[in-house]
Write a protein that binds this ligand. Structure first.
Ligand SMILES: Nc1ncnc2c1ncn2[C@@H]1O[C@H](COP(=O)(O)OP(=O)(O)O)[C@@H](O)[C@H]1O
Ligand SMILES: [Mg+2]
Length: 397
């Protein structure tokens, strides 16, 4: 059930009409706390627009620690970056304009979805299970797994994953496996003009007995040092791919490659969680727009709940030079993290997408691949990944 905290009767009535009859209204902070403590099945608390910010912040901080599966959505009559940043920092999942009913309903639905996922995850001592054996950066002799993730689609994940993979490969000096785990709507094949003759879907019938040779046959060679595991051609095949298979494929890739770069989808599905669990470096892509930033903050909170190491996360600001009224300081304030990489906006990116040749291939010195190279040099090239030899390291193909 949803709990609505709103002191003004008229406002409360309007919101109940929007949120549904099952909504339980409380008018004081004490009642709210009592209700939350007494009913462990509640997953959503909507704080109405008259809630004082200090109360909302205090409440969200308590919930974050004691009831992580409970979502708090804050409604405001006016959205303002400072309020938003303070609220999100405290653990509020979304701050929404109370005058926009569609946005309120969508935020509530997203929060309930997330709560259901969190509530159904197996836990030990109240925490999410730790990442499946992902070692500390640099402590492994196997390849490093880099997942490019965002909580919002269309921010540039695929563009960054492809160009990053090419950059890391340095024309065959290193071996990189690029995995398209946007299983339903993968774009890697089309952006690289690769024919999906073999895809991850070919692993489904042999999921429990896949070996090194079988794994290699799934890959499509791309450029020097880069091999690609493509997404299924039929979106519905995604459903047949299990969480264990994803973990297994990543492990096999680690044994063969210096880096495994994973392009993801903007959802916390079992597949994506399996990939994130096996990840050493989380590259969170965002853009300088409030919805993207807000979702980045929500994703970072989710990462906290999932116990993904903070030192393994970096935020990359794509289209960072867009003149949209937010400074880099504003961005960092909302996401509460420093920006580790700035990728400029350029019309050459969609142009390169339309011809199916990434900029890192056609124009390696273009500002976009250059920015990614600088980011990668700072972040990943710590000497931990030794160049691998073998079938896939023969240089240009
Ligand atoms: N730095 C950039 N400058 C201009 N356009 C960009 C940039 N990065 C991405 N795009 C464009 O934005 C759209 C979404 O990018 P994409 O990489 O597919 O995002 P995602 O994988 O997160 O959905 C594409 O049309 C792409 O060409
Ligand atoms: Mg994509």
């Amino acid at each position: 059930m949803t709990i609505l905290y709103e002191q003004w009767q008229q406002q409360a009535d309007q919101l109940v009409a929007l949120l549904g009859e099952g909504t339980h209204v409380v008018g004081t902070a004490d009642e709210l706390v009592e209700r939350v403590n007494n009913d462990r099945d509640d997953y959503l608390v909507v704080l109405g627009p008259s809630t004082p910010l200090a109360e909302a912040v205090g409440f969200a901080q308590q919930c974050r620690l004691r009831r992580p599966a409970l979502g708090v959505v804050l409604l405001r009559q006016f959205l303002d970056v400072n309020v938003m940043s303070e609220a999100l920092r405290a653990g509020v999942r979304e701050v929404v304009d109370s005058g926009d009913p569609a946005a309120v309903l969508a935020a509530c639905a997203r929060s309930q979805d997330l709560s259901r996922q969190l509530a159904s995850k197996p836990r030990t001592n109240g925490h999410a299970l730790p990442a499946s054996g992902a070692p500390l950066i640099g402590s492994s002799r196997e390849g490093q797994v880099i997942s490019v993730f965002s909580a919002k689609g269309g921010v540039g994940k695929t563009t960054i994953a492809i160009n990053l993979a090419l950059t890391l490969a340095e024309n065959g000096r290193r071996k990189v496996c690029l995995m398209d785990l946007d299983l339903s709507f993968g774009d890697v094949a089309i952006l690289t003009q690769l024919t999906p003759e073999r895809t991850i879907a070919d692993a489904i019938p042999v999921a429990d007995r896949i070996d090194e040779t079988g794994f290699r046959t799934l890959l499509t060679p791309y450029r020097a040092g880069v091999d690609v595991l493509l997404a299924p051609v039929q979106p519905q095949q995604a459903e047949e791919i299990g969480r264990e298979l994803i973990g297994e494929l990543i492990q096999m890739a680690r044994e063969e490659f210096d880096y495994v770069v994973i392009d993801t989808a903007s959802v916390f599905t079992e597949h994506i969680l399996a990939a994130l669990d096996a990840t050493h470096h989380y590259v969170l892509v965002t853009t300088p727009e409030i919805p993207a930033l807000k979702n980045t903050r929500v994703a970072l909170d989710m990462f906290d709940l999932l116990d993904y190491r903070r030192e393994a996360r970096t935020v990359v600001l794509n289209r960072s030079d867009a003149k949209v009224g937010l400074t880099h300081g504003d961005v960092e304030k909302v996401i509460r993290m420093p920006i580790a990489g700035h990728i400029p906006s350029s019309r050459d990116v969609p142009v390169s997408a339309n011809v199916g040749v990434p900029l890192a291939v056609s124009h390696p010195n273009h500002p976009v691949p250059t920015a990614l190279r600088e980011f990668a040099a700072k972040r990943f090239e710590d000497g931990s990944a030794k160049p691998k030899r073998g079938l896939f390291s023969k240089g240009a193909r």
